[in-house]
Write a protein that binds this ligand. Structure first.
Ligand code: GRG
Length: 306
């Protein structure tokens, strides 16, 4: 892995670009190796999994995992399994979220959604296969101690299951058309987006055997930045264009979704995103300069345009 320090330049933006692109390349190579061959049977399922994994995602979650692994003193490639697991889970959630039974979207990252490019049954099964593959690759990573593998598996399962993303998605669907009360919005955002993002942050730290204090600090960072990330996403649905986002925009209001702009207005939502970013950055103080990349990623997350 990279030392991180050597890529630090006087321009934060330039160094972040290098940090992101170098790690994106490493992650893409590992995703390629972990995924089943497209020519092996069942071909159509493997093609659908690959179609959605390699469709231009930012790889934010695996890059966060790599970054916290390095920050916690981890060395070598053993973090790639936990990192790819976060991307497999993320991809599954997007495939299932796009289905007619959920958000019913035709476009994702500027391309037909998985069920449009293939068919609904294949999309459901591709999501299922990606979710289970995530846990398999971590469980089989022999370069991590069994204890570290278990801690990563438990964190990913808790953050993405009933008390996390799945629970948040249920609350999101049930909340459609109900008054946008701030507490209800944060309940959904925490579970649907922030806990899974926090789990990606923690996956790298746990794989490196970070101290309990460091895990707590990084957990706070991950949760705050996860909430800010979802508020930014809510805002982009209001202020972004279909071209920038690669998907339909303006859908939240039409569906009566519980979003931050609906609850607090556009400027209230933007102010809350800034406040959360500041809280996320404060949680990194204990790491001093070593956390420069996480600080840069935090700014990138809230200022992004897609
Ligand atoms: C299907 C159980 C289940 C849950 C779905 C994650 C989710 C819940 C729905 C997807 C839509 C949504 C609003 C997700 C919130 C998180 C979010 C903003 C995802 C987009 O993440 P990016 O920007 O995506 O990292 P890329 O395309 O870069 O990978």
């Amino acid at each position: 892995m990279h030392s991180g320090e050597e890529m630090k330049t006087s321009s934060g933006e330039r160094s972040l670009k290098a940090h992101l692109s170098e790690r994106r390349e490493v992650v893409d190579g590992a995703l390629e190796r972990f995924l089943p061959d497209a020519s092996a049977p069942p071909r159509r399922l493997h093609e659908a999994m690959r179609y959605s994994v390699f469709s231009g995602g930012k790889r934010l979650r695996p890059i966060l995992a790599l970054t916290t692994f390095e920050l916690a003193g981890g060395e070598g490639d053993a973090v790639l399994a936990p990192a790819c697991a976060t991307e497999f889970i993320h991809t599954y959630s997007l495939i299932h979220d796009d289905l007619p039974a959920m958000d019913d979207d035709d476009l994702r990252r500027g391309r037909p959604t998985c069920h449009k490019a293939f068919d609904e049954a294949t999309a459901i099964l591709a999501g299922d296969a990606l979710l289970t593959l995530a846990f398999e690759v971590v469980a089989r990573e022999g370069r991590l101690t069994p204890e570290r593998r278990l801690s990563v598996v438990a964190e990913l399962a808790a953050a993405n299951g009933l008390a996390g993303m799945v629970g948040g998605q249920v609350a999101d669907m049930e909340g459609e058309g109900t008054p946008a009360i701030l507490e209800a919005v944060e309940f959904i955002h925490l579970r649907k987006t922030a806990l899974p993002l926090r789990a990606a942050v923690l996956a790298g730290a746990l794989a490196a055997g970070a101290s309990p204090d460091d895990v707590t600090a990084l957990g706070t960072f991950g949760e705050k930045i996860g909430l800010a990330f979802q508020i930014a996403d809510d805002l982009l649905d209001v202020t972004g264009t279909e071209e920038e986002m690669g998907k339909a925009v303006g859908k939240d209001e039409g569906r009566g979704k519980l979003t931050y702009p609906a609850a607090a207005g556009v400027s209230g939502a933007a102010a809350r995103a800034r406040e959360l970013t500041d809280e996320a950055l404060a949680a990194l103080d204990v790491f001093g300069d070593r956390a420069w990349a996480l600080r840069e990623i935090a700014s990138f997350v809230v200022e992004r345009r897609n």
